[in-house]
Write a protein that binds this ligand. Structure first.
Ligand SMILES: Nc1nc2c(ncn2[C@@H]2O[C@H](COP(=O)(O)OP(=O)(O)OP(=O)(O)O)[C@@H](O)[C@H]2O)c(=O)[nH]1
Ligand SMILES: [Mg+2]
Length: 402
């Protein structure tokens, strides 16, 4: 081969190599200096978010700006939100808290929640027999009030002169009403911590619970509730098992123009999403950050540990004010077992009782509060976007007695 040809080939190879290097640098800069492997890589505890002060985000290519996502190059997607830019849908205006309480009270009384009515029908009889009292207790047990509370209520009613003898129905109803309110209203402080005077800002709420209880729906509804109060909200899709879970949350967010922080890839470390979201919430000084997590069975120890990790990593940026357990009211007493394990794994500050519209078992309100010592703060009464209301014990009892 002649020397000129060899020189020409070497020169060509050098030019190509230089071009590749230049392209690589430009591409790297355009991505805000992020690496391309992403957090999808793996939620290993040893190199996970807890291993470094930034929750592992930096080393995993979590972008530090809100630059547009480069598909496949970032791991936690930039905040996405419904936009009010021209051509985009105008954000919905969620129903106010006061209006939904009135509407949902009516809904509760129309729903299949007959235990109050059944109790009243027995108690309004003249001269109650032993078997009537047994029926009262059975009715309470069937409604999931729990055995201890049922016994207490029956004893209280038996002692009450308004119930014994030939009392008029109005007096019996009043006796039953006040005893049920006493039973339900054991935890007077039901306000969400984010709504309390002097709440930390941003307030952080983590939603937890077993599969399908209504966590994502409740996170979406809750975002709307805060928006209706004029608060700024951010959502975090820390359910990274399925991309559909983040899409579901994004649909909720986009309707009310609430940004959603999500992982770019399925299987990313949920703690990294929580870390990134809490960092952004702090940076943007939003009022409330709501973190949705994947459903998990309480007997899967590794998944329960993951919840603890999500909490600890979030706390590197912001204190966690609230952990809400979403409990499906139709699950009945089985929900109690779940609730206890979640309380141990992550600590709970409140319960959301979802699907109360489809349940004859509203008595779980009584057992969950007595056994866990945490208040029911919210109730879900349907699949509609604003079918979530603060739990109101008096209204609840009126509903079951209506
Ligand atoms: N009737 C009724 N349905 C509800 C309520 N809350 C949630 N749902 C429905 O319950 C189903 C499950 O809700 P999701 O929010 O996806 O439940 P999840 O807990 O996020 O589920 P995973 O993430 O899979 O664990 C959906 O069909 C919701 O519409 C409620 O208060 N009443
Ligand atoms: Mg979900």
């Amino acid at each position: 081969m002649n020397t000129n040809l060899i020189v020409a080939i070497v020169a060509l190879v050098l030019v190509i190599a230089v071009a590749i290097v230049v392209w690589g640098v430009v591409h790297f800069k355009r991505n805000g200096g992020t690496s391309s492997d992403g957090i999808a890589a793996h939620a290993r505890e040893d190199d996970g978010p807890e291993a470094s002060d930034d929750g592992g985000a930096a080393g995993r290519g979590v972008p530090v700006t809100d630059a547009p996502a480069q598909s496949g190059t970032t791991s936690v997607a930039p905040v996405s939100a419904g936009s009010v830019a021209s051509g985009e849908p105008v954000p919905e205006r969620p129903e106010s808290s006061a209006s939904r309480v009135t509407r949902l009270k009516a809904k509760l009384s129309k729903s299949s929640n007959p235990f109050g009515k059944a109790l009243f029908n027995i108690l309004a009889k003249d001269n109650l027999s032993e078997s009537d009292w047994e029926d009262v207790e059975d009715t309470l047990l069937l409604a999931d009030v729990g055995s201890e509370a049922s016994e207490e209520l029956v004893e209280g009613l038996r002692r009450d002169s308004r119930v014994n003898g030939d009392a008029d129905p109005a007096a019996v109803r009043e006796a039953l009403r006040s005893k049920l309110v006493d039973l339900v209203n054991v935890e007077p402080d039901r306000a969400l911590n984010a709504d309390k005077p002097g709440a930390t800002r941003p307030s952080v709420i983590i939603m937890v619970g077993v599969n399908g209880t209504g966590k994502t729906t409740t996170a979406g509804k809750l975002a709307r509730l805060f928006v209706s109060e004029g608060k700024s909200v951010m959502l975090a899709a820390a359910d990274t098992f399925r991309a559909a879970a983040a899409d579901q949350l994004e649909t909720w967010g986009s309707k009310v123009n609430v940004p959603v922080v999500r992982a770019e890839k399925e299987g990313a470390d949920p703690a990294s999403v929580a870390f990134e979201a809490s960092r952004r919430a702090k940076e943007e000084n939003v009022d409330v950050l709501i973190v949705d997590t994947a459903g998990r069975l309480q007997n899967k120890a590794n998944l329960m540990d993951e919840l603890g990790k999500i909490r600890r990593v979030t706390e590197k940026n912001l204190p966690v004010d609230e952990v809400l357990l979403v409990l499906d009211a139709t699950t009945g007493q089985n929900g109690m077992v779940q609730a206890k394990v979640f309380a141990e794994a992550i600590g709970l500050t409140g319960v959301v009782l979802s699907k109360l519209d489809g349940s004859a078992k509203g008595g779980i309100v009584v057992s969950v509060q007595r056994e866990l010592g945490v208040p029911v703060k919210l109730v879900g009464l349907g699949e509609g976007p604003d079918d979530l209301a603060p739990f109101d014990p008096e209204g609840f009892v009126e509903g079951v007695l209506a």
